[in-house]
Design a protein around this ligand. Structure first.
Ligand code: 13P
Ligand code: SF4
Length: 345
């Protein structure tokens, strides 16, 4: 087994310039403790791409975007899954692995998108648009997924929409993802404001009925940010997450899920990149690819993802907290929507 001193040296090499050296002494001890507890508990640790670099590179068994991690959660034979991400992701793990103990290290790890829609809202949309299939972005809670026909992630949203028999769909809860997907799939989008769809024309085909939910991180990026990057760093490629507005994704060189952005940087011969997404992504890619330059202009951190620290992850394993528990009828209905998505690929 690797000693804490050796682990600290390894962390110093990988995270040089990204995490202050004095912090790494403490972080190496925590990582060693987490690795030991993980063995004792027969646990699998999953880490979203937005985790801070020390946690991201030295703790999880698997890293990835929402889609990668859902697949990993469905396939494990471990007794315990510790989800270093936010609540809706841990719920998806529980939906897919009901017999496992799923732990989310912080009760504060929510999401503005998931909090912005309820199961009753989905039922109302269904009443208003009878017969339209409901496509629900996985950034939603289990009771909302349970009211849905199929889920999608940022990595497969257009593919999921295109797979449906119906040319019109309800697509919730992210307005900007819906706008980006509507453009890609050639749909006409309508969005209720204050619960009203006054301008709705029921004879229209190829409709996408969306919901006015926003990611509090990605909604902040503006086209002016892209213009500033182009002006100051003309050789940098700009990558955006599809939760950014269509004006921003239009201005970017590439749009994709967090894992798609990583793959893009890995394959591209360009040297410099600016990422329009949560700040830790740039640091995590910089640590893995020191030959690439990630512009560190980012000022938008997700307050929910940042609740997941090494300390909270250690405590999750130590005290078996905080366990995800879902009503079985909700879980079973949500599982149908998630499994349908996974079958699409
Ligand atoms: P990804 O599925 O692209 O990783 O996105 C998750 C998320 O929370 C984006 O804000
Ligand atoms: Fe939710 Fe946005 Fe944070 Fe992702 S980055 S968890 S969508 S608030």
């Amino acid at each position: 087994m690797i000693t804490t001193t050796a682990l600290r040296r390894e962390m110093e090499v990988k995270l040089r310039g990204l995490v202050p050296a004095f912090e790494l002494a403490w972080k190496a001890e925590l990582v060693a403790e987490i690795r030991e507890l993980k063995q004792q508990r027969n646990a699998l640790i999953l880490g979203h791409n937005y985790m801070e670099p020390a946690l991201f590179h030295f703790v999880p068994d698997f890293n990835g975007d929402s889609l990668d991690l859902s697949r990993r959660a469905a396939a494990t034979d471990k007794d315990v899954i510790v989800f270093c991400g936010v609540r809706f992701m841990a719920e998806t793990a529980k939906i897919l692995s009901p017999t496992k103990q799923v732990l989310l290290p912080s009760l504060e790890a929510g999401c503005s998108l998931a909090a912005g829609i309820s199961a009753a809202d989905v039922r109302r949309l269904r009443q208003q648009f009878p017969g339209l299939p409901v496509v629900t972005y996985v950034n939603s809670y289990a009771d909302v997924k349970a009211e849905s026909d199929i889920c999608c992630t940022s990595g497969n949203a257009a593919q999921v929409v295109a797979s449906l028999d119906s040319d019109s769909v309800i697509f919730i809860p992210d307005e900007y993802l819906a706008r980006n997907v509507a453009r890609e799939t050639g749909k006409h989008i309508i969005i209720p404001r204050n619960g009203s769809l006054a301008s709705y024309d029921s004879s229209q085909a190829n409709l996408m009925v969306a919901w006015p939910g926003r990611c509090e991180v990605h909604e902040q990026f503006q086209t002016e940010d892209v213009a500033m990057i182009r002006d100051k760093f003309p050789d940098a490629l700009v990558l955006a997450h599809p939760e950014c507005s269509p004006a921003v994704t239009d201005a970017a060189d590439f749009t994709g899920s967090t894992s798609a952005m990583i793959r893009f940087v890995e394959k591209s011969p360009a040297r410099r990149y600016a990422l329009l997404t949560e700040c830790s992504m740039g640091d995590n890619i910089a640590a893995a690819h020191p030959e690439k330059e990630m512009l560190r202009l980012c000022s938008f951190r997700c307050p929910h993802m940042k609740q997941i620290t090494l300390e909270e992850t250690r405590d999750a394993l130590l005290h078996e907290q905080y366990e995800i528990d879902l009503p079985e009828d909700v879980r079973v209905r949500a599982a149908v929507a998630v499994q349908r998505m996974l079958e699409i690929g």
